[in-house]
Design a protein. Sequence first.
Length: 300
Amino acid sequence: MATDKRTTELRHSRGYMLIEQLPRETWQERSFAYWAEKQYESNSTWWRPLSAAVVGATTTVMSGILKLGFRKVTVENMHKLTDILESTDRSRPLLTVANHESTFDDPLIWGIMPAHLRWQPDATRWTLGARELLYKNPMLNAFFALGQTIPTVRGDGIWQLAVEIGLRKLDENKWVHVFPEGRVNQEAQLLRFKWGVSRMIMEAERTPIVVPMAFRGMKEVMPLRQKVPVPRPNPFKSELWVKIGDAVDFAPLVLRWKAARSGLSPEDAAELDRQVRISIADQLWDAVNELRAAAAAAGA
């Protein structure tokens, strides 16, 4: 336990180091660095009420869009998510994963959340979102930071600041959501899952409860082929189907990994790390793909 605590402290130091290395030459760069640090800490007295206002208003608006803009919204096994969020004695963080059909998947799909959870930041996901699309100016920086959207740089790999922030939130027993495909995919086949999610599962201070999800219907609402990337739900035609899967417990695998790597050389430990990341990503891919297949079989 002491070793795990020391590892966590070193990782948090790495997170602060990455924040300190952020450029601050322009007003936009200074704004981004400021909000990145505030997100990483999220302990200012004003953070919680402002974050609650942003996430609450956003999810409430998304709920309205689902009710008014879609002909039908089907959510299966919602209790598998809400039971975890509403547990009063949850000792492990929550990590959810899903397929990624459009740039509007988040926040729209969270309109399915029960009303009494929408205004609670602790019951709202922290999610990884593309920095180049979201963090474009100081106003958007503030909105998405308070909205618990972690700026992610595509192609920067598993050691970037976004993963460090995600790990920080898991260490704080929060809920983190990841689209492991890493980009929008409207094809029939899931893309290979990125290893950042594997690293978060492996290195969190307490191995998170991992819940797979899948949904269908957003690629018709916001197809990639349209010139202007604006969602266009049709209240007479659009349908959204969401299914929550059974929790996957990676704690035994993580324990075996930690025990196996303790006596290895740095090179062998790195290779073992890589193999475990692959194994976790493959298991998550299988879980999400099975849920998507269930949607296809049901005609959703």
